[in-house]
Design a protein around this ligand. Structure first.
Ligand code: HEM
Length: 538
């Protein structure tokens, strides 16, 4: 009996176990079915469930996909786009990154959903150089930033101010032409001279010439060059803390410390020059000031414009921290990208003899060999403009723009893009996509010449196939200034000189991912004079 009872209980237990196992199996199968349904059938977001994250490679625990990436992220991401499609995700360290590779989805991010995506998640270097996101480039899209951007676009970089500061740009370009003339027959590093020209130009546009004379900072541009070059160098390295925020406070690679040191130098320059300027302004009596204003009419430097905005009670105003952060934005935004573009465009011209002939012919026709290039010639240099656009298409200096970070969870292309994830808009891949471009890897400037208004090409990000300066609320505010500087410099170098390669050298197109994407091997070429009159070089 006992055994019977035991037997029955055992049998009963076995029946229960089978029932339980069966129930478990049913639940598992149903859960898998629901999971599968959510992942596939309801993928378009039509159902009430949350769409999945975009597809992407798995990566390893803790480090994510880091160990599998090479140094040239734009090449890696283009390959991954072929595999995973128009939007994919990858973890780098503990941070989720989402890469957008199609014009259609880029338009969703910078158009329909621009308000959510017009935010950033600044890395260590960005925070340090922006006085803790008190600038335009790294601040979240709040009212302070919008006000500051308005100041930059409408007060500092307005057409009137840009026209008024044209002589500063002209003087620096002329100095560079003279400098190159003095080095006729010897190798010249094009990025180096372009970087110097842009930096000197920005220094005189921001500080003006009056202040620099007699100032404690008699070689202001040398001091600024030192700081800007150091910042670019530090920011170019990969900072592990940016991918493991929990470790950021240890600053293992010393990026924060090194950046803070450079920013202290910037601060010293600001404090001294602003103090000198304020004293000078006070010394000038009201009547004198009016006279001086008349003399200087339309020639206020950016520092003066910003100081007046800081002190004004009505209209847009800014704080001292914002003033300094804006000047840093101008230098960091303006120098590296502009000089990189001059170098890329010149490399492409020298590699393509037909293009070179057309550029030179246009310059001869519009400027003439008895004359030097002026900014007033630029709007007439249509072919050179197409050359720049084609150069931007193939070599955008910021291949993923500046990363965005949505301030709320969004859906893009049927996938969830979580709040705070890092968004790379892969303009490099989009501008080389055979879906949008014939012979995408060939350098063909003519595709940007006016094709009877069929397609509109400009730098304002209105065409989702071509947006090297970004698009939407966060597009580059420095386009007019950057365009003037790069075109004037390149046109002057091409018009004033013939260029040849040093013996045994080759013209290659290898690039190097960094704060701005530059040529890996600098373009070093030998000038010979081209203008008819040697006096034009003096
Ligand atoms: C050839 C030269 C230049 C190129 C290729 C370039 C490119 C860019 C790009 C791609 C962005 C990011 C846009 C986005 O996230 O959608 C940007 C932002 C920015 N650029 Fe430029 N830029 C250039 C020159 C300049 C100049 C001369 C200045 C300063 C006067 C400047 C100041 C800025 C600022 C402040 C931002 C941040 C805008 C924001 O977040 O609202 N850039 N630039």
């Amino acid at each position: 009996m006992a055994s019977n009872i035991n037997g029955t209980m055992w049998e009963q237990a076995m029946v229960n176990k089978h029932e339980l196992a069966f129930a478990g199996l049913v639940v598992t199968v149903m859960s898998l079915a629901i999971l599968w349904y959510n992942k596939t059938v309801s993928n378009g977001g039509s159902g009430s469930s949350t769409p999945p994250l975009p597809p992407g490679p798995k990566g390893l625990p803790v480090v994510g996909y880091f160990p599998f990436l090479g140094p040239n992220l734009h090449h890696e991401f283009a390959k991954m786009a072929n595999r995973y499609g128009p939007i994919f995700k990858l973890y780098l360290g503990s941070k989720l990154h989402i890469v957008v590779n199609s014009a259609v989805l880029a338009k969703v991010v910078t158009g329909e959903q621009d308000e959510s995506f017009a935010n950033r998640d600044p890395h260590t270097a960005g925070l340090a150089t922006s006085y803790n996101a008190n600038d335009v480039a790294w601040a979240p899209n709040n009212a302070d930033r919008r006000n500051l951007r308005k100041v930059l676009v409408h007060e500092v970089l307005s057409n009137v101010n840009l026209d008024a500061s044209h002589s500063y740009r002209r003087d620096e370009v002329r100095k560079t032409v003279k400098n190159v003339y003095d080095r006729i027959g010897t190798p010249v590093d094009i990025n180096e001279i372009s970087f110097s020209t842009v930096l000197e130009t920005l220094t005189s546009i921001v500080w003006g010439k009056g202040l620099v004379e007699g100032s404690k900072y008699s070689n202001l541009s040398d001091e600024i060059r030192e700081v800007v070059s150091r910042i670019v160098e530090i920011a170019e390295g990969l900072n592990i803390s940016d991918f493991f925020p929990a470790l950021a406070r240890f600053d293992f690679q010393g990026v924060k410390r090194k950046m803070d040191d450079q920013m202290k130098q910037f601060d010293r320059i600001f404090e001294t020059t602003i103090e000198e300027r304020t004293l000078r302004n006070k010394r000038v009596s009201l009547t004198d000031k009016t006279e001086e204003q008349i003399k200087q009419e339309g020639k206020k430097d950016f520092l003066q414009i910003l100081l007046e905005l800081k002190d004004q009670n009505t209209g847009p105003s800014i704080t001292m921290t914002q003033l300094k952060a804006l000047v840093v934005d101008i230098f960091l935004g303006g120098t590296d990208a502009t000089s990189a573009m001059v170098e890329w465009a010149m490399t492409e011209i020298l590699r393509n003899k037909e293009v070179m002939k057309k550029v030179q012919n246009e310059l001869e026709e519009i400027v003439g060999l008895d004359n030097t290039v002026e900014e007033s010639h630029i709007p007439k240099l249509k072919y050179l403009d197409a050359v720049f656009k084609e150069t931007f298409r193939l070599h955008p200096p910021l291949p993923f723009l500046l990363p965005r970070a949505p301030n709320k969870t969004c859906t893009v292309g049927g996938y969830t893009v979580p709040k705070g994830s890092t968004i790379f808009l892969n303009v490099w891949a989009i501008q080389r996509d055979p879906k949008y471009w014939d012979n995408p890897s060939e350098f063909i400037p003519d595709r940007f010449l006016d094709n009877e208004g069929l397609e509109k090409w400009d730098y304002n990000g209105t065409n989702p196939k071509f947006f090297p300066f970004g698009s939407g609320r966060r597009k580059c505010p420095g386009i007019p200034l950057g365009e003037k500087m790069m075109t004037h410099i390149l046109a002057s170098l091409m018009h004033s000189f013939e260029w040849s390669l040093p013996e045994g050298e080759d013209l290659d197109l290898y690039d190097k991912f960094g704060i701005a994407m530059k040529k890996k091997n600098p373009l070093v070429v030998i000038p010979s004079p081209r203008l008819r009159d040697a006096n034009l070089y003096k």
